[in-house]
Design a protein around this ligand. Structure first.
Ligand code: F6R
Length: 269
C-alpha cells in the first residue's frame, strides 16, 4: 500500500489524476476506469478534465463503471449516481456515454441487475484503475461495516451514519434513500489498481483504520491492505491520526522517479 500525504485537497486531486493518467497511458485508449461519486473525488475529476481539455489525455475510447447507485429515487433525479456521474465524470472527461455504466437501481429485478453489472464488468475485461472515496465509517463503495470481504455487487442497506453524511445532498434526512446497489469488496479488489482519496479531519479515524488498523469487516476499506496496487492519497487533515505518517512522507520523498507520478504541470510528484 502506498500512502501519499498532500498539503490540501487540490494537491490530492492532482496526484490522484496523475496516477490515473499514468495507468490510462500504460493500458492504452481502451482503459476501464472505476468511478466513485461523493465530494472526495471531485478535485480528481477536475484535474483529469483539465488534462483532457489540454490534449494531454484522451478517454474518448475508454469505459467507466460507477461503484454504486441509490435504490428508491426516480430515474433522472439529480442525486441519482447515474446523473451525478454524467455531470461530474462522463461529460467533463469526454467519455462516451454508451460506455459509462452504473448499477441499475431502477430495475424491477434488482438481483438480476446486480448479476448483469458483474457480467458487464467482466465483459469489459475488468477495471484497470478504481477511484475510491472513504465513508466516515470506513465504507468503500456502499459496503457498510460487516460487509463480506469477498462480496460482489448486491443490494445493501445504508447505515444511519451514511444517510446522515449524505443528507447534505438532499433537502432532508427523510429524502435520503435507505437502500442501494453497490459493487462488493470482492468486485473492488479485482480492479488492477485502486486509488483512494480522502480529505478532512472527519475522515482521519477512517483513514487510520484503513491503513493501520486490522483487516476487518467492521472497517471495510481495510480490505485494501490485501490489494497489491493500492494507493491512498490524503490531505494533512485526514492524516492526523496516522501513527507512521512521517514514515509515509519519508518513503514517498525517497521513491525513485519511475515509481512517482507525473503531475499535470510536467513535474514529477
Ligand atoms: C460513492 C461511494 C462512497 C463515497 C463515500 C465518501 O460512490 O461509493 O463510498 O466515496 O461515502 O463520500 P464523500 O466523498 O462525499 O465524503
Amino acid at each position: 500500500m502506498d500512502v501519499i500525504i498532500c498539503k490540501n485537497d487540490t494537491e490530492v486531486g492532482a496526484y490522484a489524476a496523475a496516477k490515473i493518467a499514468k495507468v490510462a497511458r500504460q493500458v492504452g485508449s481502451q482503459v476501464t476506469i472505476g468511478v466513485a461519486t461523493g465530494s472526495s473525488p471531485l478535485r480528481t475529476y477536475q484535474a483529469l478534465a483539465a488534462m483532457v481539455a489540454a490534449g494531454q489525455l484522451d478517454l474518448s475510447q475508454g469505459s467507466a463503471f460507477a461503484l454504486d447507485e441509490y435504490v428508491g429515487l426516480p430515474f433522472g433525479h439529480p442525486q441519482t449516481y447515474h446523473e451525478v456521474i454524467r455531470k461530474t465524470v462522463t461529460e467533463p472527461l469526454g467519455l462516451d456515454p454508451a460506455r459509462v455504466h452504473c448499477p441499475n437501481g431502477f430495475a424491477e429485478d434488482l438481483r438480476q441487475a446486480c448479476a448483469d453489472y458483474e457480467a458487464a464488468i467482466k465483459q469489459a475485461g475488468g477495471v484497470d484503475i478504481q477511484i475510491l472515496g472513504l465513508g466516515s465509517n470506513g465504507h468503500i463503495g456502499f459496503n457498510e461495516p460487516t460487509s463480506s470481504l469477498n462480496s460482489r455487487t448486491r443490494i445493501k442497506t445504508l447505515t444511519e451514519q451514511t444517510r446522515k453524511d449524505n443528507q447534505r445532498f438532499f433537502a432532508s434526512l427523510d429524502e435520503v434513500p435507505r437502500h442501494c446497489l453497490t459493487q462488493g469488496l470482492g468486485t473492488i479488489m479485482a480492479a488492477r489498481h485502486v486509488v483512494l482519496v480522502a480529505n478532512g479531519k472527519n475522515k482521519a479515524a477512517a483513514v487510520k483504520s484503513v491503513i493501520e488498523g486490522p483487516i476487518t469487516a467492521m472497517f471495510p476499506g481495510s480490505v485494501l491492505q490485501m490489494h497489491q496496487w493500492a494507493t491512498i492519497i490524503i490531505d494533512e487533515a485526514a492524516a492526523t491520526e496516522l501513527e507512521l505518517a512521517d514514515y509515509y512522507r519519508q518513503m514517498y520523498d525517497n521513491l525513485p522517479d519511475w515509481q512517482r507520478v507525473m503531475l499535470p504541470t510536467g513535474d514529477v510528484g
